[in-house]
Design a protein around this ligand. Structure first.
Ligand SMILES: Nc1ncnc2c1ncn2[C@@H]1O[C@H](COP(=O)(O)OP(=O)(O)OP(=O)(O)O)[C@@H](O)[C@H]1O
Length: 272
């Protein structure tokens, strides 16, 4: 379970990105963070694994306060958190297998990692994970030979190789087409359910968040202004989160995107 209390972040520039955010994510829950640009979504996710240093507040993962750790302790505790990024962050010239095994680097000794000699059980587990994300036929391919959706599958397998207790997911589908985005979100939600793994997902796409998230938290100007199930995300709730002008613009864009998407699906169905 993740329990954030009174989390505040003011950058050196004087920008306050988070204003006393408190949030609990129970085991097994997949939570979508939504909100307009600059609301503080990335800052929140990055404070949890301390890629960004919180100004104040506590971030409890189990009974450890991540906000209070020194560098050496933080390195150890970070193993407990799997990160999945928008840009995949794969090592291009390495194979899928090597990329997934890099998720184990926090666990193997320095010399083993230098020589890339991973224990047999890590290799076996990496095979199982690549199988689970649908890439078992590609284990020896280089990462740069993959499509965007395949790369994100590797990103998911790598995060799972860490055997994390929490997943932090930063805009996982921002670079993907709508159909692949849905496939990736489905895979993520299935995997979290199978493992009872909690996840915090920064997600721009409101329809996608409504379709796949169990709980949605809306941030605006560094504060939580909505917290509830997707069914409570009404027009008025969305206006509170995004403001009237922004939400109407987003809604139009979404409608156009969905129409284009449906048209592509129809055309593909005709060809098949
Ligand atoms: N490294 C930084 N230095 C200074 N200010 C920053 C930094 N990163 C973010 N900010 C500021 O913090 C606020 C929140 O930014 P953040 O990137 O967390 O928002 P976001 O909701 O993730 O936005 P987006 O959806 O556009 O990614 C913004 O005002 C932003 O300008």
């Amino acid at each position: 379970m993740l329990r954030i209390e009174g989390l505040t972040k003011t950058y050196k520039t004087g920008d306050t990105a988070l204003r006393g955010v408190s949030l609990e994510v129970p085991t097994g829950q997949i939570l979508g963070l939504i909100g307009p640009s600059g609301a503080g979504k990335s800052t929140l996710i990055r404070c949890v694994n301390r890629l960004v240093e919180p100004s104040s507040g506590s971030i409890m993962l189990g009974d450890i306060d991540l906000a209070g750790l020194n560098r050496a302790e933080l390195r150890r505790q970070r193993r407990r958190i799997g990160m999945i990024f928008q840009e995949y962050a794969l090592v291009e010239r390495l194979t899928l297998m090597e990329n997934v095994l890099s998720g184990r680097l926090g666990y193997v000794s320095f010399w083993r990692s230098l020589l890339r000699r991973f224990p047999g059980k890590d290799i076996q587990r990496a095979y199982q994970l690549l199988d689970r994300v649908g890439l078992i036929d590609h284990v020896d391919k280089r990462a740069d030979a993959l499509s965007g959706g395949q790369r994100q599958r590797v990103g998911i397998a790598r995060a799972l190789a860490q055997e994390p207790e929490l997943l932090l997911v930063d805009e996982p589908t921002a670079s993907l087409d709508p159909k692949t985005s849905r496939q990736i979100m489905r895979l993520l939600t299935e995997i979290c359910a199978e493992r009872d793994l909690p996840a915090v997902v920064n997600i721009h796409d409101v329809p996608l968040a409504k379709q796949f998230m169990q709980r949605i938290v809306g941030l605006r100007a560094g504060e939580i202004v909505f917290d509830g199930p997707p069914s409570d995300l009404t027009e008025s709730a969305l206006t509170t989160i995004y403001g009237a002008v922004d939400w109407n613009t987003m809604r139009k864009e979404d409608e156009e995107k969905q129409e284009a998407d449906a048209e592509t699906d129809r055309q593909l169905a005709e060809i098949a």
